[in-house]
Ligand binder design. Structure first.
Ligand SMILES: [Fe+2]
Length: 456
């Protein structure tokens, strides 16, 4: 397993990462803090407490089994009783409910502005849609965040699932029990179920997207005929080295379970892990390192070729969710309509834009905005994109601009859209008009026009 070290200077603290995806990592911030040859000795080095964090059932086959051992100054159990958090409005953030609607129309949201009042990462979370059940450990939720202040002496953890965080604006400096990750726009990170973390904003503001998956974990997709290389390489994922603080302070610990957020106060920082080992740990990935594989002859390939991470469903071969990126690249398909084709998919598609202009929408789909096309809802290129795509010279290679980065959360279960998202002022009620100009161009060899009548 690769143990290469990547170093990154940030502020006053140097952040160190270990390379690889799902490795059996080990890291110690204090020399000798990791027990040797066993997980929980009678007395741990430095009198630390040993604590296991499991990400799968104990009896899961070895290939999927995930757990880590943490060696900490005080154990997680030492906190006051948890109570429902008054900081979170369950109408705004949590999970979907039976009262939320299914929506077969195409939906699009303009970017939400940054908050006017003091808002940190957790209080700035807004659920857009979701499906399935965290209690049954099947399904997902999609959230967005918008914040203007760092979390202070507080942490959050999600017992419902893993969070894939996609920043659109502002660096996230995420302190976790395993170490610190710094994630700028253009990179993504995964913080797995149960891991406590706190988000600081070095840029003062932040906005972005989150895909939360229940009961399963993100993994790299199989490559099939593509071979052993291509798409996201395991070695490009980065997991933080151990980092700890020994700080006595009234610390608010927030915890999401069953879509509800609870909180407690403990007299010390939970980021007190001096050493850890295991394969269940947060990681980040720079989307610029994604190696696209695409057509070199004709036709627009299906978007699955751009899958960065996938979350398997409970049945073999299916997925709960895919995370797909549309990176800058050359487009070379000959005698082909090069933009995305018109389609109705069995999967539901939530799209976001990190920067630039998406190739299928010349207008109206903005960085920080979003769109949702659910199961079998037709969608595709807007009128302007169709017109230019059918008239462009398709014998010349074209470079999709380097300043464009779009992504998609492709999800299986049909989502219910949160009432707050449907009633948002930022819902683009004129979205369907982008296709209104798609007039009939039909003319058959006998001269039949668009109304089916012979024109001669
Ligand atoms: Fe689509």
């Amino acid at each position: 397993m690769a143990i290469a070290k990547n170093e990154q200077k940030s502020g006053e603290r140097e952040l160190n990462y270990m390379a690889g995806f799902g490795n059996e990592f080990q890291s110690e911030a204090l020399v000798g803090a990791l027990p040797v040859g066993q997980n929980n000795p009678q007395v741990c080095p430095y009198n630390l407490y040993a604590e296991q964090l499991s990400g799968t059932s104990f009896t899961m086959p070895r290939r999927q089994n995930m757990r880590s051992w943490l060696y900490r100054i005080r154990p997680s159990v030492t906190s006051a009783r948890f109570v429902p958090s008054a900081r979170i409005n369950p109408e705004r953030f949590g999970t979907h409910s039976e009262q939320d609607e299914v929506e077969c129309n195409q939906l699009r949201w303009r970017p939400m502005p940054l908050p006017e009042h003091t808002t940190d990462f957790v209080s700035g979370l807004q659920t857009i849609c979701g499906a399935g059940s965290p209690e049954r450990k099947e399904g997902y939720a999609i959230h967005m965040y918008s914040a203007n202040t760092s979390m202070q002496d507080s942490s959050f953890s999600d017992a419902d699932g893993d969070m894939l965080i996609v920043p659109e604006q502002g660096v996230l400096r995420i302190t976790t029990e395993f170490g610190i990750l710094e994630v700028p726009p253009g990179e993504v990170c995964v913080v797995q179920c149960g891991i406590r973390f706190s988000v600081a904003l070095p840029d003062g503001v932040a906005r972005g997207y989150i895909l939360e998956v229940f009961g399963s974990h993100f993994t790299l997709p199989d490559l099939g005929p593509v071979g052993a290389n291509g798409l996201a390489a395991a070695r490009d994922f980065q997991t933080p080295e151990a980092w700890y603080e020994d700080r006595e302070v009234d610390f608010v610990v927030m915890h999401k379970l069953g879509g509800r957020v609870f909180e407690s106060v403990q007299p010390f920082s939970p980021f007190n892990v001096a050493a850890w080992h295991g394969n269940y740990a947060p990681c980040k990935y720079d989307l610029a390192k994604f190696c696209p594989v695409n057509t070199v002859s004709f036709d627009h390939a299906d978007p699955s070729i751009f899958t960065v991470l996938t979350c398997p469903s409970p049945w073999p071969g299916g997925v709960t969710a895919d995370f797909v990126v549309f990176p800058p690249r050359w487009t070379v398909a000959e005698h082909s309509f090069r933009p995305p084709y018109f389609h109705r998919n069995v999967m539901s598609e939530f799209m976001g834009l990190i920067r630039g202009t998406y190739e299928a929408k010349q207008d109206g789909f903005l960085p920080g905005g979003a769109s949702l096309h659910v199961c079998m809802t037709p969608h595709g290129p807007d009128t302007a994109t169709f017109e230019s795509g059918t008239t462009k010279d398709s014998h010349k290679p074209e470079r999709l601009p380097a300043d464009t980065l779009a992504f998609m959360f492709e999800v299986n279960y049909i989502p219910r859209v949160k009432k707050s998202a449907l009633e948002s002022n930022y819902l683009d009620k004129s979205y369907q008009e982008c296709w209104a100009g798609l007039k009939s161009h039909f003319a058959n060899s006998e001269g039949a026009g668009s109304n089916g009548k012979l024109t001669h």
